[in-house]
Write a new protein. Structure first.
Lengths: 233, 233
DNA sequence: AGCGTCATGCTAGGATCCAAGAATGATCGA
DNA sequence: TCGATCATTCTTGGATCCTAGCATGACGCT
């Protein structure tokens, strides 16, 4: 068994997963020892993993006092979306001239899944467990759509940074659905995906870029709406 | 003595400094032991520092085979500049409405220093040592100008990511000056700084944004020119 | 009774130790 | 003489141990 990855890396991924899934909520303190026993390793690789996550901005170190999962202020949340809007629109523009028919088909398929997830979410079951599962589906379908674009753009650095910005707020995504006002926003999100596809199909890089930018900023509005509704509840 | 920073952090900064200064050139392998004795600590904090730098993209880990200072391919170099162009233009736009007269004065002062450094560099002494010092001055004067904008924009995440993109190629900056063709590019760089200032003074955020974007992309052209000249020599 | 100080316990940071994997060079065979 | 294989050495990755700093609670003083 030749490990071409180190334990610290694997653990970093698993902790990251736990953070973005919301299992480790923002603000919670991470004890090195309990992480080490959870993953059945010593504290050393755990600490290295935490260093990595700290550099990514997911957790913050307080010397001699441990690490805690980063909480984003409203301003930071906004910033993260602004960054993502710029990087994603750039990626979309880069992707436009490279798009093959196969890519286009894949993109449409991803959009189809997203559309289904959106409708399912709008049906909004009262059961909390079901709701959580559906929002989780919705989020990953959404990511799936955007990931196709990143792949086609073939720009590793941009992809890395954009996803890092995306991750930084996924832990905040309670994504509690709201009323008809929020429904309209979900609907718009879906429509915008199709518009981006249309622009890409037409080979209109500039247009796709502008659409992608607006789309991400609109997603921010959606998230803010949802967060406000959640905080009132 | 209450250390409000940890040794791993300090060492990460010092290694980073050594990398961007060119002391540790791209491609060189870093031995944990010699780093640890150089900084008079054990290997543990060194490794944590390296993890951090790896997450920042400055060095790359090869499991069981150590770390090496990252070399950027031409494509990655381009990507880094594209990212910086987007983020810096965004920061410029954000800075525009926040700019106070004091900020403007500071910006003009920074530009003055940059202008002086540019002229000094264009005088181009034959002495290698002097040339190295002047290019180093030029680079930091340039950074100084842009840093004012970042500070005014007051957007920590954007600043962090943009500087990270900037750092990723500073190690490559041999910045060997070329002929009159390159001189024109230096000259343009200087002019563009002034244009950005003018737009900011006029409160024209959109204009400043577009100028900043073009400016960074032009800097890329300058760097590529210089690198080509250097590789021929 | 309230506040300040000190002692004890707990957790993180750093050092050292051990094991496992890769490179290098020597030796043996063709 | 050239190549392949095996042993040795070097370096990294991980575990354990030690130390130092923060926190918390008890005790004493005002």
């Amino acid at each position: 068994m030749t490990t071409d990855t180190t334990k610290a890396d694997e653990i970093a991924l698993r902790i990251e997963e736990a953070i973005v899934s919301g299992e480790l909520p923002p603000g919670s303190v991470l004890r090195q020892e309990q992480l080490s026993e959870r993953f059945a390793v010593s504290r050393t690789p755990v600490r290295e993993a935490l260093r990595r996550l700290a550099a990514l901005g997911l957790v913050s170190f307080v010397p001699n006092r441990g690490v805690r999962v980063r909480t984003l202020s409203r301003a930071e949340l906004r910033e993260a979306f602004l960054v993502r809007a710029e990087l994603e629109s750039l990626a979309t523009e880069l992707a436009a001239p490279k798009l093959t028919p196969d890519d286009l088909a894949e993109l449409e398929e991803a959009e189809e899944r997203f559309s289904v997830a959106t409708q399912a979410l709008r049906a909004r079951p009262r059961d909390d467990d079901e709701r959580w599962r559906l929002t989780s589906d919705w989020v990953s379908a959404n990511h799936g759509f955007h990931d196709v674009i990143y792949r086609v753009a073939d720009a590793p650095l941009i992809e890395r940074l954009a996803k890092s910005a995306r991750r930084s707020f996924s832990g905040h995504a309670v994504w509690a659905p709201g009323g008809s006002e929020v429904d309209a926003l979900y609907e718009r999100n879906d429509r915008e995906h199709r518009a981006i596809i249309a622009a890409l199909r037409a080979g209109n890089g500039e247009g796709a870029r502008a659409l992608a930018r607006a789309h991400v900023l609109h997603s921010y509005e959606l998230l803010v709406h949802v967060l406000e509704l959640a905080s009132v509840a």
